[in-house]
Design a binder for this molecule. Structure first.
Ligand code: M6P
Ligand code: ZN
Length: 193
């Protein structure tokens, strides 16, 4: 089969200090207002948005699409911070394709990877620099930054996986991470009580 331009090997360069890589295809920013329905304290959401709507996280993408494959790279940089007592986190999503897994690699910072199935199985993985987690198909996934510096993780997945946000927007994850007595603490999500 004749090779097309996109079928040749390609590399990008990761910057461990910045938590980004170059070249990039695109990037997306999410602020507190983009995550308004995700945090449990709606009054704190309102006042944080009014006070300047800070950046929560950025995603940098590269899709290594070839004529026969669709491996993709995403790097996410979550700022340290809280809305009320709840730590900054990603929206979290299920994959559209039921048979698609993903690998997350924590390269900077500390926090938790929360995962949950439609059947209500919940699992949280403690993350420090160097933790690599496999997210099996059919588990929703969200990352929470409980540290005092940016949390950066690298994701690899197939573009065919797709994202479904609806379930997480409506019900959240079974547990939230809030600061209690200065420590990250799991509490049951109000929407599930
Ligand atoms: C990773 C990948 C992306 C995802 C991003 C942020 O980089 O899983 O597919 O978009 O994290 O997560 P979310 O889409 O839940 O905001
Ligand atoms: Zn995913």
């Amino acid at each position: 089969m004749a090779l097309k331009n996109e079928d040749y090997p390609i590399s990008v360069q990761f910057d461990f200090d910045a938590g980004t890589f170059a070249p990039q295809e695109k990037s997306v920013e999410r602020k507190v207002s983009d995550l308004a329905m995700m945090f449990h304290d709606t009054t704190a959401v309102e006042s944080t948005v009014k006070a300047g709507d800070p950046l929560v996280y950025e995603i940098f993408y590269y899709g290594f699409k070839t004529s026969v494959s669709d491996m993709a790279l995403g790097t996410t940089r979550i700022q340290p911070g809280k809305v009320g007592d709840e730590y900054y986190m990603t929206k979290g999503h299920f994959h559209e394709a039921y048979d698609q897994p993903e690998i997350y690699f924590c390269v900077k910072g500390e926090g938790y990877l929360l995962m949950e199935t439609h059947e209500g199985e919940f699992q949280a993985e403690k993350w420090t620099r160097g933790t690599i987690s496999h997210i099996p198909p059919m588990w929703a996934h969200r990352v929470v930054n409980t540290g005092s510096e940016p949390l950066v993780f690298v994701a690899t997945y197939h573009l065919a996986a797709g994202h479904i946000y609806k379930d997480v927007e409506e019900k959240g994850f079974l547990k939230c991470l809030v600061e209690k007595d200065g420590k990250p603490t799991f509490v049951l999500n109000d929407k599930r009580k």
